[in-house]
Ligand binder design. Sequence first.
Ligand code: HEC
Length: 99
Amino acid sequence: MRSTFRWMACAAVAPFVTLMPAYGQSAEAIARTCVLCHGPDAKGVGHVLALAGQAKENLVRQLEDFKADRRQGTIMNRIAKSYTEEQIRQIADHLASRK
Ligand code: HEC
């Protein structure tokens, strides 16, 4: 009985614990600024490409390339430089999980 209770408590708390780091650093809030240019739901507008649903690794690589000036953009270099690598991974994680 006691172990059942403990298991249930873990199951109830686990989702909050796994979500908390993302909200603490607010990857979701950052990702909301991306949609200003990348369109509602980050699905792309005109020539600004879709972000939502892209593979996480692909998003991380693009953003790190912009950050290190390996890739030249009009605006993304400045944007990527304002985030840490940890934040970039969290933003990419968040965007990749959206469809
Ligand atoms: C001010 C408008 C603007 C904002 C805000 C913006 N982007 Fe961009 N993004 C662009 C433009 C324009 C490009 C095309 C490259 C360039 O000209 O810099 C681009 C390109 C990209 C690319 C490369 C896409 C590909 O497949 O080649 C990625 C990844 C990206 N942006 C991610 C992000 C993320 C993540 C955010 C939020 C942290 C963001 N962008 C915010 C305008 C914006």
